[in-house]
Every structure is written in C-alpha cells, then in structure tokens.
Design a binder for this molecule. Structure first.
Ligand SMILES: CN1CCN(C(=O)c2nonc2N)CC1
Length: 247
C-alpha cells in the first residue's frame, strides 16, 4: 500500500523537484508513494480567484482565506479518506527522526503549505489535525517544509533506498550522528583513509563506525546522547574514543 501525500499549495510546480530525481523520484515512479497536488486557487469562485486578504486588526502582509483552503482540504479528504491533515508552520511540533518514523507509519497525509503571514486560525482549528515545524526559523512558505517531510519519510519506506541498511545508518537513526565516510583514492593531499576501513575486518569496521558515531555525538550533540542512553558495550566504545581524543 503506497504512502499517499496530498499537498495543498499555491505553487504546485515547486514539487517537481521531488518527482524528477533521486530517492523520492524513484519511489514515486515505482508507486512506493503517491503525490497529489491541490491548488487552493482552483477552489475560488470570484473573478480574481482570491486566496488571501488583509489581516483583521491591521499589520503587515496578508492572511490566507478559509474558504478556498476548506474546499481544497475537503476535496483532498474525499480522495484520501484515510489521510490526516498537517499544517506546516513555525508554531508546530518540531520534527525529528523519531517523528518522521511516526509519520511514515501512517497511510497518508494531507499537507497544507501556507504562504504570506499564514492561514486564518479558524481553518486550523476546524480542519487541521496536526501542526508541524521543521525548525525554529521563518521561511517564505510551507512548500519547502512539506518537501523536507516527504523526503525524510519516503526514504524510510520499505524498498525506497538501494540498500536497506542505508536508512538505518543515516544520521539520527538509532539516535546517533553518522560516522565519517571515505572513498577512493586512499591517499590524497587532504589525508589518508583510516587503516581499519582498508583492512577488510568487518567486525573491526563495525566497531570503529559505532565508536565514531558515539564519539561525534558526544562531541557535537551531547543532548542526543543524554536522551538516548548507552549500553555497556557502547559506553566502553565511547570511553575508548574519549581516551584517544583527549587534549
Ligand atoms: C506560513 N508559512 C510561514 C513560514 N513557514 C515556516 O517557517 C515553517 N513551516 O514549517 N516549519 C517552518 N519553520 C511555513 C508556513
């Protein structure tokens, strides 16, 4: 059963980037996921196809009107009755990898990509199930956040990646940052590849990669390590990393 994404957006052409290439392009072409686009302007009934208006109470910018969004959401819900509605905004739950796993477990999502100053609060209160943020900064619209969510989720779908292990070894999988990566040539002016990776001892390589992941997480994101906790074996590997990197 493909994971279905219905995106409500004034700029559907922006989503070509997901369709044309890469992991998302292949997954969509193979039917692992589906993407349907709904433009609120197609749900207007006035000659100017009005989707926004001035904010009550004054202030800068424009606010997206309820009616076109309501009708677009209703059309998407009719086409995707199992999907929940999520609005991308800085006021939402900040998403991490664990959240992406939760999102990937659902059959489908109707993603509302807002523009301008945002959408009329009555639309959110009446028609939106969840509100998500991709981080504490302000963007020009919800399209890039919607694409970020779709990219992160699609690569988690079974069969989406060339090598099933890739997803599990991605950064932030298993709650750790990724280990360093190297490729040919072995020796260049910038340095040489760590010898353990050349040796072919797969158990040693696995230990080295986990030790590096633990050490880099300890160095760069101690908050992640605190949240995750460590097994006895992982504690030993981290101690080895700290000993080898002490000043
Ligand atoms: C109305 N529009 C304002 C800008 N915006 C965001 O900054 C955003 N969305 O999701 N995470 C974010 N950060 C999307 C919605």
């Amino acid at each position: 059963m493909p994971t279905r994404f219905d995106v409500i957006t004034l700029f559907p052409d922006l989503f070509r980037i997901l369709l044309d290439q890469g992991v998302t392009g292949r997954a969509l072409a193979r039917g692992l996921a589906e993407l349907h686009l709904w433009n609120p302007r197609d749900f207007t009934h006035d000659v100017h196809r009005t989707v926004d208006d001035r904010p009550y109470g004054g202030g800068p910018g424009m606010v997206m009107k309820v009616e076109p969004l309501r009708e677009a959401i209703q059309a998407a819900r009719a086409a995707a009755p199992q999907s929940r509605v999520a609005y991308l905004s800085p006021q939402g739950r900040v998403l991490d990898q664990a959240a992406m796993l939760e999102i990937a477990a659902c059959p489908g999502w109707i993603l509302l990509a807002g523009r301008y100053e945002g959408v009329d609060e009555r639309l959110i209160e009446s028609h939106v199930d969840e509100e998500w943020s991709i981080g504490d900064y302000v963007l020009s619209g919800g399209e890039l956040p919607a694409m970020v969510v779709m990219d992160a989720v699609i690569r988690l779908l079974p069969g989406a990646l060339g090598h099933a292990d890739s997803a599990r070894q991605d950064s932030h999988m298993d709650g750790l940052l990724d280990c360093p990566h190297y490729t040919r040539p072995e020796r260049i002016e910038e340095g040489s590849v760590p010898s353990v990776l050349i040796g072919g001892d797969h158990a040693a390589i696995k230990r080295w990669r986990l030790r590096q992941a633990l050490g880099r997480t300890w160095q760069r994101r101690p908050d992640l390590l605190k949240r995750r906790g460590l097994s006895e074996a992982e504690r030993t590997l981290l101690d080895e990393f700290i000993l080898a990197h002490r000043e």
